[in-house]
Design a protein around this ligand. Structure first.
Ligand SMILES: C[S@@+](CC[C@H](N)C(=O)[O-])C[C@H]1O[C@@H](n2cnc3c(N)ncnc32)[C@H](O)[C@@H]1O
Length: 330
């Protein structure tokens, strides 16, 4: 089955996989290979990988609902799909504990699934009223906990850094004033507070968008997770192995772009006089499969508006080269 045929099938789940043909083209699964899908979600990528070659797939998700969906899919691919509940930032230890030390490919489809954002009970959406939770898993403080406890200055910094909210101080002040009156427990309450102090932009974007993004990133330590996962994936890839990442906003994509550039020796040229820089260049073991981020086409965006901000980047560990042989000295 070609990737396009796979993508044209109706989704088996409520989440429509983003850029699936491009994922498969870059991951290029082959029989006998071993992969990690660090963001199982609705299993769209996972199933396509399993169908496209007789491969083994380790699927990770921190959301117990996604893991439960994974168990159903695993029953259809006995011995080939293994589902792990955990964070992809911990993939090194999660896999080592299961005896997996080398991979032919890793895929990450960052952010939340439609299952999560469309469920008011999960508290991710400012469009749907629900408890102010935003956790992908079950552990750690909720968004309501942060909104209740963070000092005003820390709230403002978080909204500015993770939400790129220019009016972060104004929003933080409004939150602190509101919480002094009554606890902020729901998404509608928080969205209302933000909308009362941030004017609606000309492009129609809801004034709560940036602050909700900041809280979600902070609650789930999403940027820290990406950094840890990229390091782990690079360490786990066998020669020739592929790493494919889809991100949905500039903060995520910046981390991926910079990591890939450094891994492929595309970081700013080291000084001729700095032996550490030259040594780092000589040790390059990866190449970029995507010179710049790939974007979804107009047809995909029309079919699935959630794809519109997707950016896909892919990196390959170089195949073993003759130069990898131990140097013979005479
Ligand atoms: C965009 S969805 C993935 C959709 C999937 N590619 C598909 O085709 O159905 C992202 C998923 O990754 C999970 N996730 C996000 N960050 C995670 C992390 N740090 N560790 C593990 N899972 C994570 C979320 O819980 C969510 O289920």
């Amino acid at each position: 089955m070609t990737p396009l045929e796979t993508n044209s099938m109706p989704p088996a789940s409520g989440h429509v996989p983003v850029m699936l043909p491009e994922i498969l083209a870059n991951l290029a699964p082959a029989d006998g290979e071993v992969f990690v899908d660090g963001t199982f979600g609705g299993g769209g990528y996972a199933e396509a990988i399993l169908r496209s070659a007789s491969s083994t797939l380790w699927a990770i998700d921190r959301d117990p609902d996604a893991v439960a969906r994974g168990a159903i899919l695993a029953a259809r691919y006995p011995g080939r799909l293994h589902v792990i509940e955990g964070s992809f930032g911990d993939m090194l230890t999660l896999l080592q504990a299961r005896g997996v030390t080398q991979l032919d490919g890793v895929v990450l489809d960052l952010g939340v699934s439609s299952f999560q954002i469309d469920d008011p009970a999960r508290g991710f959406s400012f469009r749907l009223d629900g408890p102010l939770d935003m956790r992908m898993g079950n552990a750690g403080p909720t968004a309501a906990d942060l909104v209740r406890t963070l000092p005003e200055g820390e709230l403002a910094d978080m909204l500015y850094r993770l939400g790129e909210e220019r009016l972060s101080r104004r929003v933080a002040r409004a939150i602190v004033a509101a919480r002094a009156e009554a606890p902020i427990k729901t998404t509608a309450q928080l969205a209302g507070i933000i909308r009362s102090v941030v004017p609606r932009a000309k492009d129609g974007i809801d004034p709560a968008t940036r602050s909700f993004q900041a809280l979600r990133l902070r609650v789930n330590d999403e940027l820290g997770e990406i950094e840890r996962a990229l390091q782990a994936a690079a360490a786990l890839l066998a020669p020739g192995g592929r790493l494919v990442v889809v991100s949905f906003h500039s903060l995520e994509d910046r981390i991926v772009k910079q990591f890939f550039a450094a891994a492929a020796g595309r970081a700013p040229a080291p000084s001729r006089h700095d032996p550490r820089g030259l040594a780092a260049r000589a040790a390059v073991r990866f190449r970029l499969l995507t010179a710049k981020a790939a974007r979804p086409g107009a047809a995909e965006i029309a079919r699935n508006p959630r794809a519109r901000s997707a950016r896909l980047r892919a990196l390959q560990r170089l195949p073993r080269l003759p130069a990898d042989r131990p140097e013979v000295t005479t």
